[in-house]
Design a protein around this ligand. Structure first.
Ligand SMILES: C[S@@+](CC[C@H](N)C(=O)[O-])C[C@H]1O[C@@H](n2cnc3c(N)ncnc32)[C@H](O)[C@@H]1O
Length: 186
């Protein structure tokens, strides 16, 4: 069955294009323009949350939430509170099926524990990067291709203008599993 799908906070088009390949009616949304041509709303996701989507996959910013930035937590309580409010708003959106993705973060202690923690090496990429999923009316993802490599590659990327983009772009194997498994979910 074709679903109306929103990929929130995605500029890369990765998850969007994986769902399009499965025949769904999909739009990505980000404050930034899309890196790849395709259906995209450039603006605040809050503008379109009520537009009748069946499924939303959201990748909200983790800058003020990720536990890897814990040493700065004291100085950024306001930013943190705002980031948590944004996560709550997305999790409570009037959409039947929701998946929200973030690294190991204070969402776990301040909102609730994730339903699943996945790794790129379970989906064909020989790397480690714990990715938490908070799910509503969706099953946990089943690993599609468990590979040997266990390199923490993203941490060793040299500084560059788009390092943050390279680090935060969703892995293709994970995007494909989301589209194949959640695109069919009853
Ligand atoms: C960690 S990145 C996610 C990148 C994503 N995994 C991808 O492959 O494109 C978070 C994104 O959220 C976007 N963002 C932040 N606030 C937003 C809002 N209110 N509405 C839409 N996008 C927002 C940022 O511009 C940023 O690109």
């Amino acid at each position: 069955m074709t679903m109306k799908v929103l990929i929130a906070c995605e500029y890369s088009g990765t998850v969007r294009d994986a769902f399009i390949a499965q025949g769904h009616d999909v739009i990505s949304c980000d404050l930034l323009p899309t890196d790849k041509p395709g259906p995209h709303y450039q603006g605040d996701v809050r503008d379109i949350l009520h537009n009748g989507f069946d499924l939303m996959i959201a990748h909200p910013p983790c800058t003020h939430l990720a536990v890897s930035g814990a040493r700065w937590f004291k100085e950024k309580q306001k930013e943190q509170a705002e980031a948590l409010d944004f996560v709550r708003l997305l999790l409570n959106a009037p959409i039947e099926k929701i998946a929200l993705e973030n690294p190991i973060s204070i969402i776990s202690s301040r909102i609730r524990k994730p339903d699943q923690i996945i790794q790129p090496w379970q989906f064909g990429h020989g790397e480690t990067k714990a990715t938490c999923l908070w799910l509503k009316n969706l099953p946990c993802l089943v690993p599609t291709d468990i590979v040997e490599g266990r390199e923490a590659k993203v941490h060793r990327m040299p500084p560059s203008a788009d390092r943050w983009k390279l680090r935060s772009t969703t892995y293709k194997g994970i995007a494909q599993a989301m589209a194949e498994q959640w695109g069919q979910a009853k």
